[in-house]
Design a protein around this ligand. Structure first.
Ligand code: MN
Length: 314
C-alpha cells in the first residue's frame, strides 16, 4: 500500500523535505526523522530539509538555491494546505508527495496524497509507513519520531487510535527511542519560563464554559518572545478545567497586525468554526489567523453559540 512512496524515494536521488510554517515538534520530528530514514536506507541520496526555524529546530536547515528543485522529489509533511507549507518553492519539484494527518482538504497539486486522520501525529503515520516498507531505523530516527508523537498527543492524552498508537510508540522504543531523555529535553523548563506561564495563566478570562486569552502587541514589552511561543505555547494553560469546555488564545503578531488564534476543546468538535475563518487543524485542536480584534470577537461569539447548542443537548 505504501510501495508507491518507496518507489518514488528510490527513483529520485534528490529529495527535499518540507513541513508547515511555525513548526511544532511533530513537524520537525517528522521532517528530521524522514531525513535520517532516507539517509540510513539510501546512503547516496541527496536529501535536504528546508523551512523556517524556531526553538524546536535543533539542527540547521538547508539553505538551497532554486535550481536544486529541478528534477527533484519533494515530500511535504504534517500539512496539506499550500499556503501553510514553509517555503513555497515546493511547486518547483518534479513530483510531490504529501503525508499528513490533519482534517483539511489537500489543495496541493499532486497524485501522491497520503492523508489519514486516524493517526494522532504525522510522525506516527511516517513510522507506520516506513515500518511497513521494512526500512532500517536507528535511535536518532526513533527519537525524532517519538518526540513528534508525544508532543502532538500531549504525552498520550489525545489519541485517535490508542491501540495503533501504543503499538507504533512501542516499535520506536524498541528501535532506540529513549522516552525519559525526550521528556527531560522537552518538559523540564527554567524557573523564568514557569513564572511566565503563571502570568499568562492569570490573564485568562473564564465565562460560561469558555476560557479566553487575548494578547495584544503590548505583551512583547513584558515578554520578549516569538508569537508562536505565546499562541501555541500558552493555549493549553486552560486545559484540564472541568467547567471549561473550549479554550481560545488570541495573540497579535509581533511583525504584523494579524492575530493568531489557537483553539482547543476536550470533546466538542470545534474545527468547523476555525475553517469558517480560513483556518483548520484537528477536530479538537485547531487555529486560524484573524485580521482584527473585531474578527476575534466574532469568532468568540461563534464559539459561545456552539457551547449554547451543546448545552441544549445537541
Ligand atoms: Mn502533527
Amino acid at each position: 500500500m505504501y510501495q508507491e512512496i518507496h518507489q518514488l524515494i528510490k527513483k529520485y536521488d534528490k529529495i527535499i523535505i518540507h513541513r508547515h510554517k511555525n513548526p511544532d515538534m511533530d513537524a520537525v520530528g517528522s521532517q528530521m526523522g524522514l531525513y535520517y530514514l532516507i539517509k540510513e536506507n539510501f546512503k547516496d541520496n541527496e536529501v535536504y530539509v528546508v523551512g523556517d526555524t524556531n526553538k524546536y529546530v535543533k539542527e540547521p536547515v538547508d539553505i538551497i538555491e532554486d535550481f536544486i528543485y529541478e528534477g527533484s522529489l519533494v515530500i511535504i509533511l504534517d500539512v496539506a494546505v499550500s499556503h501553510l507549507v514553509s517555503d513555497d518553492r515546493f511547486k518547483l519539484a518534479k513530483e510531490i508527495v504529501v503525508i499528513d494527518h490533519h482534517q483539511n482538504e489537500c489543495d496541493i497539486e499532486t497524485n501522491h496524497i497520503y492523508m489519514d486522520v486516524t493517526y494522532s501525529a504525522c510522525a506516527e503515520y511516517l513510522t507506520d509507513i516506513f515500518r511497513n516498507l521494512n526500512y532500517r531505523f536507528n535511535d536518532h530516527i526513533a527519537n525524532y519520531l517519538y518526540a513528534g508523537i508525544i508532543t502532538d498527543t500531549g504525552r498520550f492524552q489525545w489519541m485517535k487510535d490508542p491501540v495503533k498508537l501504543f503499538n507504533i510508540a512501542g516499535f520506536l522504543v524498541k528501535e532506540g527511542a529513549n522516552p525519559t531523555d525526550i521528556y527531560n529535553s522537552l518538559y523540564v523548563e527554567s524557573l523564568e519560563s514557569r513564572q511566565m506561564k503563571t502570568y499568562f495563566q492569570s490573564k485568562y478570562q473564564y465565562e460560561d464554559g469558555l476560557a479566553i486569552l487575548k494578547n495584544d502587541k503590548s505583551v512583547y514589552e513584558i515578554y520578549d518572545m516569538d508569537t508562536f511561543s505565546i499562541s501555541r505555547g500558552m493555549v493549553n494553560l486552560a486545559s484540564g478545567i472541568d467547567e471549561i469546555k473550549i479554550w481560545l488564545n488570541f495573540t497579535e503578531e509581533k511583525t504584523s497586525d494579524n492575530i493568531i488564534g489557537e483553539f482547543r476543546s476536550r470533546q466538542i468538535p470545534i474545527v468547523e468554526i476555525a475553517k469558517k475563518y480560513g483556518g483548520g487543524g484537528h477536530l479538537n485542536a485547531c487555529g486560524a489567523t484573524l485580521k482584527s480584534w473585531d474578527e476575534v470577537n466574532l469568532i468568540i461569539n461563534d464559539y459561545k453559540k456552539l457551547l449554547e447548542e451543546y448545552k441544549n443537548g445537541n
